[in-house]
Design a protein around this ligand. Sequence first.
Ligand SMILES: Nc1nc2c(c(=O)[nH]1)N[C@H]1C(S)=C(S)[C@@H](COP(=O)(O)O)O[C@H]1N2
Ligand SMILES: [Mo]
Length: 318
Amino acid sequence: MSENLQDKITPLKRYTTRKEFLKTMGVVGVSAAVLAACQDKPFIAGDDLPAAGITPEPSSAGLTDDLGDSLTSYDDVISYNNFYEFTTDKEGVVKLSQDFQSTPWAVEIGGLVENPGPISMEEIRNRYTTEERIYRMRCVEGWSMVIPWQGFPLARLLEDIKPKPEAKYVRFEAIYDPKSLPGQGNKYFPWPYVEGLRMDEAYHDLTLMATGLYGEDLLPQNGAPIRLVVPWKYGFKSIKSIVKIDLVEEMPVSLWMESAPNEYGFYANVNPEVDHPRWSQATERRIGELSRRPSLLFNGYEEEVSHLYEGMDLVKNF
Ligand SMILES: Nc1nc2c(c(=O)[nH]1)N[C@H]1C(S)=C(S)[C@@H](COP(=O)(O)O)O[C@H]1N2
Ligand SMILES: [Mo]
């Protein structure tokens, strides 16, 4: 292996296990995260009492996001999931997804780009150095988590594939394989799962292509082997198990825009003042907490992203 390649691989191998990851996070803090702050916060017994038989995670208890919020427990992050390709039952995804084959895997790049073609996961892992980012994730259903991701800015990939000047949006497509994805038998949804971002949203430094969380490669239930994470938008924008990325001129129609046009718009920025037709978005339940907390405009990333929407009506452009 050439030295050059070694250099590129090493950062990815730094956290081979979750234990190592937590150790490193605890000691040196979160390196490249724009927002992540590693504060010395003691684990408060009784704050988030683990169920009997589950080992508490004192080593991760001191880690927080930029607002000082603690990480959601690893167990919750990997066992309470929305992944409709498997099932709409959040606690049922784990079991149904365990045999999911995420190797080999490639992402097909197409549309209005100078450099189309497939990119294998090996290539992605070799080419892009991952960073740790601790982000809040707010589901449109009214619950939220704080997750330590590993990934790289989508901007790095875009720089390589070179969008043509006519490209205005990025369109993402998730895997379509009804044989291995029982939820795709549900004909109510227009499979495959599709999402999209405007070009400036896609280039924003917060917009991450995630390949891992808590120092481990993504598990099937979290969108293995590669997914999008857009922390200022409702969780459904963060499409899992991506197989295709196209640069397009027209605003993509997402699965949710097509299946529930009265509920979900293209932008889907977290906004406590714009209610869902069937419930308020003013508050949310942080998984692991008992009482609800107020939801924040742009999920608390207002300072970083509000300039993207200057002059836009955020109610009309939900
Ligand atoms: N392909 C795909 N991506 C998806 C979904 C899905 O059903 N299919 N659900 C979305 C929703 S609604 C949420 S809240 C998040 C949940 O991510 P997590 O399970 O890793 O916490 O994934 C999003 N990405
Ligand atoms: Mo969601």
